[in-house]
Design a protein around this ligand. Structure first.
Ligand SMILES: Nc1nc2c(ncn2[C@@H]2O[C@H](COP(=O)(O)OP(=O)(O)OP(=O)(O)O)[C@@H](O)[C@H]2O)c(=O)[nH]1
Ligand SMILES: [Mg+2]
Length: 372
C-alpha cells in the first residue's frame, strides 16, 4: 500500500552508512589557487541537485514460496497472494530516499512457475512502459521512477542448488532487472554447508548462462579498506540471509535473531549471515550503480525493442491498409454483371410498355371509328 510505514529497521535500519555529502568528489587534477576557474564546485552542485530531487529506489523480492521473502522485508502475513507494493520515505542528513518494496507471491517448482514469471515480467515491463510514456509526455521534469532497480532472488537452502523453476524464472528476468541472488534461511545450514551451497549456486548460474547483477570494479585509487570490503562483498554472493520479525534477549541485550535451543542466530551479525553486507550494498554502496544499470542497460533494451515492436505494428497496419484499399476486381466484375442484367430488364420492360401503349392506341382508334 503506498505510503504505508514499513519498519525500516529490517531492510534499512539506518541510512548512517550513506556517504557524507561530497565524499564521492575527488579532485584529480589540482589547479593552483590563482588558476582557479570555478568548476571544482560542480560535484557539489550535482550533489545538491540530486539531494533536492531525492532518490527513487525499487526493490523486488522473488522466489519459491515460504523462503522468508515477506519476513525479510518485514511483512507480518503468512502468505503473499498477489504482487504488493510498499513504500516508505526515509530521510537522513537531508538526503531523501523513496524506497518501494515489491513483495511477490512465491511459486512452487511443480505448480505455478510459469504463471509466476509471467506476472513478474509483466510487472517489470509495465513499470518500463509507464516510464517510457512519462518520458515522452509533456511533464518530463517530475517523472516518478518506479522501474524495478533490483530483484532479490531467494534460493532454497533445502535443495542442492538451483531448481528448474529458479533457472526458468531467472532467465526470464535477467535481461530486464538486476538480479541479486540470496541463499534463503541460511540458519538451517552449517557454515561449511553454506560455503558449498554458495559455490554450487554460482557454478549453476554460470553453467546456465544466467546474468546476475555484476558488481562494478572498484577504483584503483581507493584505499585498502574499501578494496578489502569490496572483495568481501563480491565473494559473499549469493548472500546468505536470515530473516526474522522477533527480537530476543541475550545477555541483557536485545538482538534481532532466531533463538534455537543451542543459541541465537543473529541477523545483524556478519559472522552469522550476510544480511548486513546485503543492506550496506543496497543502501550505501551500490544503490546508484543499480539505478544506472537499470537505466542504461535494462531500460534501454526495453526501449529499443518497444520502439521496434511498435514500428513493426504500424508497418503491419499500413500493409493491411494497402491490401484492403487495392481495387477488388472480382467485386467490380460482379457489379458490372449486375448492372448489365438490370439494363436488360429495364430494356425489356420499356419494350413491353411500348407494346402495351401501341395496343392501347390501336383499341382506342377502333372504338373511335366504330362510333363514327
Ligand atoms: N529458519 C528460518 N525460517 C524463516 C526465515 N525467514 C522466514 N522464516 C519462516 O518461514 C516461514 C515463511 O516465511 P514468509 O516470509 O512468509 O515466506 P515467503 O517467502 O514470503 O512466502 P510466500 O509469500 O508464500 O512466497 C515463516 O514461518 C517464517 O517465520 C529464516 O531466515 N530462517
Ligand atoms: Mg510472502
Amino acid at each position: 500500500m503506498p505510503g504505508e510505514h514499513v519498519n525500516s529497521d529490517t531492510i534499512l535500519p539506518s541510512m548512517k552508512e550513506l556517504p557524507e555529502p561530497g565524499v564521492c568528489t575527488r579532485a584529480v587534477v589540482r589547479k593552483e589557487e590563482d588558476e582557479f576557474i570555478g568548476f571544482a564546485t560542480l560535484p557539489d552542485q550535482v550533489h545538491r541537485k540530486a539531494v533536492r530531487r531525492g532518490f527513487d529506489f525499487t526493490l523486488m523480492v522473488v522466489g519459491e514460496t515460504g523462503l522468508g521473502k515477506s519476513t525479510l522485508i518485514n511483512k507480518l502475513v503468512n502468505r503473499t497472494v498477489s504482487i504488493e507494493k510498499k513504500q516508505l520515505e526515509i530521510e537522513e542528513k537531508g538526503v531523501r530516499v523513496k524506497l518501494t518494496i515489491v513483495d511477490t507471491p512465491g511459486f512452487n517448482d511443480a505448480v505455478n512457475a510459469e504463471d509466476s514469471w509471467k506476472a513478474l515480467v509483466d510487472y517489470v515491463d509495465q513499470q518500463f512502459q509507464q516510464y517510457y510514456r512519462d518520458e515522452s509526455g509533456l511533464n518530463r521534469r517530475n517523472i516518478v521512477d518506479n522501474r524495478v532497480h533490483c530483484c532479490l532472488y531467494f534460493i532454497s537452502p533445502y535443495g542442492h542448488g538451483l531448481k528448474p523453476s529458479d533457472i526458468q524464472v531467472m532467465k526470464k528476468l535477467h535481461h530486464k532487472v538486476n538480479i541479486v541472488p540470496l541463499l534463503a534461511k541460511s540458519d538451517i545450514l552449517t557454515k561449511p554447508e553454506v560455503k558449498k551451497m554458495k559455490q554450487r549456486i554460482i557454478e549453476e548460474i554460470d553453467n546456465n548462462d544466467i546474468h546476475i547483477y555484476e558488481f562494478p570494479d572498484c577504483d584503483s585509487d581507493e584505499d585498502d579498506d574499501f578494496k578489502q570490503q569490496d572483495r568481501e562483498l563480491k565473494a559473499a554472493v549469493p548472500f546468505a540471509v536470515v530473516g526474522c520479525n522477533t527480537v530476543v534477549e541475550a545477555g541483557g541485550k536485545k538482538i534481532r535473531g532466531r533463538a534455537y535451543p543451542w543459541g541465537i542466530v543473529e541477523v545483524d551479525n556478519p559472522s552469522h549471515c550476510d544480511f548486513v553486507r546485503l543492506r550496506q550494498m543496497l543502501i550505501s554502496t551500490h544503490m546508484q550503480d543499480l539505478k544506472d544499470v537499470t537505466s542504461d542497460v535494462h531500460y534501454e533494451n526495453f526501449r529499443a525493442s518497444y520502439i521496434q515492436e511498435s514500428m513493426a505494428g504500424q508497418q503491419k497496419e499500413r500493409s493491411k491498409l494497402k491490401r484492403d484499399s487495392k481495387p477488388n476486381y472480382d467485386a467490380i466484375a460482379d457489379t458490372d454483371k449486375l448492372l448489365e442484367q438490370k439494363d436488360a430488364e429495364i430494356q425489356r420492360m420499356q419494350e413491353m410498355l411500348a407494346k402495351m401503349q401501341a395496343q392501347l392506341g390501336k383499341q382506342q382508334g377502333q372504338q373511335v371509328n366504330g362510333k363514327v
